[in-house]
Design a protein around this ligand. Structure first.
Ligand code: SF4
Length: 257
């Protein structure tokens, strides 16, 4: 499922309330430094690596302001300005600039709303991206496993991404200013077992959380249809069991079944 517009919603989100989406990425296909086996946008295609046209920050500011004026006039509630969409938002070439635009619009139209980013964290190693992300209220940072091997099986980092060490360094540097999000599941892909709930993954994952010391951890299960059909959705009870193992280490969690 792809977002067909740059400004999306607001839509109701279990995690964020009334969320106004800002999709900085192309509208016709995904653009991401990962190619997660569960990605709801579908898997990367060769054609997606061709040169791309992006909206400029001025065009985004104009679209956002028009929408906000209409929302304020209608009395709509906005709880979160949320960077999300057809891939990894921080790959947008003018990301730091557009963060400042969105914060200014939030301050002008919905000053009590939060600014949120859903990111795979692969660009945090770039200082200009780290500094821009650090300005947001809710940087929600993907970490799906405890080892680089499983990261490659689940997330399939590509040449737009970063090394495992760079990823972990970025997450540790964000520390308690960041929220970790983890999608728990198990299954197979191309005959290989892929799971982040087996002890050989979950124990090193908890060790990483102890190093990162995030604000809290969001645990969630598969929601919509995924490109790989053999993945199993965990029950809420199962999510709660894994949540308890993290909480025992003094790390707060929230479960979204
Ligand atoms: S990081 Fe998000 S957009 Fe990118 S492949 Fe994974 S699920 Fe899809």
């Amino acid at each position: 499922m792809l977002f067909e517009n740059t400004i999306v919603g607001p839509i109701h989100s279990r995690r964020l309330g009334s969320s106004l989406g800002v999709n900085l990425l192309p509208l016709k296909h995904k653009h991401c430094s990962y190619d997660c086996i569960y990605c709801e946008c579908g898997w990367n295609k060769e054609s997606e690596r061709q040169p791309m046209q992006y909206s400029t920050p001025d065009e985004i500011a104009s679209q956002l302001e028009q929408r906000l004026q209409a929302l304020v006039a209608s009395g709509a509630v906005v709880d979160s300005f949320t960077f999300a969409g057809n891939g990894e938002p921080t790959l947008y070439p003018h990301y730091p600039e557009v963060v400042d635009v969105v914060i200014a619009m939030r301050d002008k139209y919905y000053p009590s709303a939060k600014t949120t980013l859903l990111t795979n964290a692969t660009q945090l190693f770039r200082p200009e991206i780290f500094n821009a992300v650090h300005k947001l209220d809710n940087p929600v940072l993907k970490l799906d496993c405890g080892t680089p091997r499983m990261r490659q099986l689940i997330n399939r980092n590509n040449d737009l991404g970063c090394s495992w060490e760079q990823l972990i360094d970025g997450l540790v540097a964000m520390g308690s200013d960041g929220i970790i999000q983890t999608l728990l599941f198990d299954g197979t892909c191309d005959g290989e077992i892929i799971s982040n709930i087996i002890d050989s993954e979950f124990i090193p994952y908890i060790d990483l959380l102890k190093r990162i010391k995030p604000k809290y951890v969001m645990l969630y299960a598969l929601d919509r249809a995924t490109p790989e059909k053999s993945l199993r959705k965990l029950t809420v009870d199962e999510l709660e069991q894994y949540s308890q193992r993290i909480k025992k280490e003094g790390i707060e969690t929230k479960v979204y079944g």
